[in-house]
Design a protein around this ligand. Structure first.
Ligand code: ATP
Ligand code: MG
Length: 180
């Protein structure tokens, strides 16, 4: 499913609002060490629902908010918007264009939205579940992840296969139903 654009504002090193348009084909991001390449992939994982500060290389979630530099003061919130082209209906919704947004304030307040309609994190997770996209999916392969997959225990590997096969959503719904 094609990504259309990523807009980052106040996330990690991106103090200025930055929009990356993904045109057709392959988009390459190049830059010197420390210029923010990994921060871009982390912004994608974050807006798709990443809840582990550690996996975003921080101690607490507020560490993803621009912390200030010699010339700029720290920011009060971070916001990331990711736009998808859903014309092939790969996501479980009729809408052709999907835009998901996540915002976090230093005081811990947080907002999620789908097409500018406020929602819960769960709604975003469910939208992408079994689409092959997701914060844990193969769509984003970070440094070390390939090794991690090959070295993982059978049970973890099984959950990766289950997600690719499209049954993770039903498993989660079953667990939720049993807990009600
Ligand atoms: P490499 O080529 O070494 O992998 P990279 O391009 O992937 O580098 P990143 O790891 O994305 O670089 O960026 C690291 C930079 O982001 C560091 O300079 C770090 O100080 C900065 N950074 C991380 N979190 C924040 C934050 N909350 N506020 C401001 N800057 C931050
Ligand atoms: Mg990097």
């Amino acid at each position: 499913m094609p990504l259309k654009s990523l807009t980052i504002n106040g996330f990690k090193s991106f103090a200025d609002k930055t929009k990356i348009d993904f045109t057709s084909g392959i988009t390459g991001i190049v830059g010197p060490n420390g210029s923010g390449k990994s921060n871009i992939t982390e912004a994608i994982r974050w807006v798709m629902g990443e809840q582990s500060a550690k996996s975003l290389r921080g101690d607490k979630m507020a560490d993803i908010i621009f912390a200030g530099s010699d010339t700029r003061s720290q920011m009060n919130h971070a916001e990331v918007v990711l736009e998808f082209d859903n014309s092939k209906k790969e996501l479980k919704t009729d809408q052709e264009n999907i835009s998901i947004k996540r915002k976090l304030y230093r005081n811990g307040d947080t907002e999620f939205s789908i097409n500018n309609k406020e929602c819960r994190l769960k709604d975003i997770t469910e939208l992408f579940m079994d689409s092959g996209m997701g914060k844990q999916s193969f769509s984003i392969i970070s440094q070390g992840r390939v090794e991690e997959i090959f070295n993982s225990k059978p049970i973890q590997r099984r959950s990766i296969i289950e997600e690719s096969a499209g049954i993770a959503l039903f498993k989660q719904k079953k667990i939720q139903a049993e807990n009600k």
